[in-house]
Design a binder for this molecule. Structure first.
Ligand SMILES: O=P(O)(O)OC[C@H]1O[C@H](O[C@H]2O[C@H](CO)[C@@H](O)[C@H](O)[C@H]2O)[C@H](O)[C@@H](O)[C@@H]1O
Ligand SMILES: O=c1ccn([C@@H]2O[C@H](COP(=O)(O)OP(=O)(O)O)[C@@H](O)[C@H]2O)c(=O)[nH]1
Length: 450
């Protein structure tokens, strides 16, 4: 059996406990438990390079060889910051108005993809299967084909795929779709994404090759982690600080796709309309700073600083603060215990590819006394997790009603809802996601090459 080659922009550092927050690295790491594999991508570092391509650094841990390359500051800016996260990210999260298109960044994006292909090429063997991940690397398959690579190549998009009427606002969208014909299979998170992708391909006279494969987590490992973390010092400190108050928890990268201002206003509406919860509930929002060099992310940070100050100023008592807001990452191992302690998770993205936090929250619960999941209709996880309380994240009053329902829900209903959610989280795991995708890739007709 040949090796599996994973290519993604973000590669977790195999030897560090604390990883940058983000679901792609988490989902893939959980999936890569078997077989021989190579994981190729950006090191997360920027280094000035004087001519030529970077040389990958290799680090082997168990069955996985990690091969990482640095980007130059100019590549980081044009490829990662501007094109991937200033153009593709907003567009694919249905926020065309936030897209800052520039032809120079488009060229850098293509050039970095070509550089990824050239640096990966010497590491490849003919019987490898290549699996490319996410919007940073749409053109990589074609760049590899241009260098003569004949292996099977699959692609998985972790973020939503919007309708063609939006995608077409990107200059060169048709070229990106053409490049995607180099993939033997294209996976997306939900049936809605698959339908949008296939319509876009067909609108350009291309073969529909999209199929939904919702990503999952390793629920057993996460449950064990949550149980362990409950006995750890952080949960003990949290418990002591709450002094009997119920806990509502939000965990998201600080990203405008996550609906944070709307969520804060929803919590504010709870305090305004259901005063019986004042002093008896605390909202803890963990929102590690992400992509802090992109202007829209900085603006969001200013907005949240202001909102937190205003709400806390209006409702705090000398011995109670309604919102605790942290912009540093917390270790996933610690978060697991916080999820288990929380009476409700408030997960209200305006759009999200999947949202692994929703699945982690369910896996972490105590079956005898589970908390309630409040989830946006527009998270990729929503179609699988409709036993949570589903909300429209644009409506603060609906969020407030959902919070009130969650905080007052009886044990029997909490258990019934949680059992259904747990069933779902246990049946589509990170491992089954990868296995399903790779089986389908193996069976897919070869995409028109000799
Ligand atoms: O690499 P960063 O720029 O620091 O961003 C972190 C990751 O964010 C995105 O994650 C997505 O993948 C998750 C797993 O499939 C999914 O649950 C979530 O909804 C997506 O937003 C991004 O797609 C990754 O490439 C980034 O590494
Ligand atoms: O302080 C934090 C915040 C988040 N996460 C992890 O980052 C991932 C976020 O993935 P998700 O799919 O929810 O969203 P993304 O960030 O990929 O858009 C989850 O595994 C979280 O547990 C973390 O480890 N520390």
């Amino acid at each position: 059996m040949g090796r599996l080659i994973i290519v993604s922009n973000r590669v977790p550092s195999p030897r560090e406990r604390s990883q940058p927050a983000g679901g792609l690295a988490v989902g893939l790491k959980d999936a890569l438990r078997e077989g021989e594999s190579l994981w190729f991508g950006w090191s997360g570092k920027q280094v000035q390079l004087h001519g030529g391509d970077p040389v990958p650094r290799l680090d082997r841990v168990d069955n996985v060889t990690y091969a990482t390359i640095d980007l130059t500051p100019l590549q980081y800016e044009g490829f990662y910051q501007n094109f991937s996260n200033g153009i593709l990210w907003p567009l694919f999260h249905y926020r065309v108005g936030l897209m800052n298109y520039s032809r120079t960044d488009w060229k850098t994006y293509l050039a970095v993809n070509a550089m990824f292909a050239r640096t990966l090429l010497p590491l490849l063997k003919p019987d490898d299967t290549i699996w490319v991940h996410d919007y940073h690397l749409f053109p990589l398959g074609q760049a590899l084909r241009d260098l003569g690579v004949k292996c099977r190549i699959g692609f998985f998009l972790h973020i939503p795929f919007p309708p063609w009427s939006l995608v077409r606002s990107l200059p060169g969208a048709d070229l990106l779709l053409e490049d995607m014909q180099s993939y033997d299979l294209i996976g997306v998170q939900t049936p809605e994404d698959a339908e949008n992708l296939n319509h876009s391909l067909q609108a350009n006279g291309l073969a529909a090759r999209g199929q939904a494969f919702p990503i999952g987590i390793d629920p057993d490992e996460f449950r064990a982690q949550a149980e362990k973390s409950m006995k750890g010092p952080e949960v003990e400190r949290l418990e002591g600080s709450l002094r009997g108050a119920k806990l509502v928890l939000g965990v998201d990268r600080l990203d405008y796709s996550k609906g944070l201002p709307e969520r804060f206003r929803g919590y504010e509406a709870l305090l305004a309309r259901y005063p019986e919860h004042r002093g008896k509930v605390t909202f803890l929002q963990v929102a590690p700073i992400s992509r802090g060099s992109v202007e829209e992310y900085r603006q969001l940070r200013r907005q949240l600083d202001e909102l937190t100050g205003r709400i806390n100023g209006a409702y705090s008592e000398f011995d109670w603060t309604p919102i605790r807001y942290i912009t540093r990452p917390l270790a996933r191992e610690v978060l697991a215990g916080f999820y288990r302690r929380a009476e409700a998770a408030l997960i209200t993205p305006l759009r999200d590819g999947m949202n692994l936090v929703a699945k982690e929250y369910v896996a972490a619960q105590n079956p005898a006394n589970p908390g309630v999941l409040i989830l946006s209709h527009f998270a990729g996880a929503a179609p699988e997790m409709d036993e949570g309380i589903l909300v429209n994240p644009y409506d603060p009053d609906e969020i407030a009603d959902a919070l009130h329902a969650a905080l007052t829900m009886g044990l029997a209903e909490r258990r019934t809802r949680w059992q259904a959610l747990e069933q779902e989280v246990s049946s589509t795991t990170a491992i089954s996601w990868a296995a399903d995708f790779l089986r389908a890739l193996d069976a897919a007709p070869v995409a028109g090459r000799s």
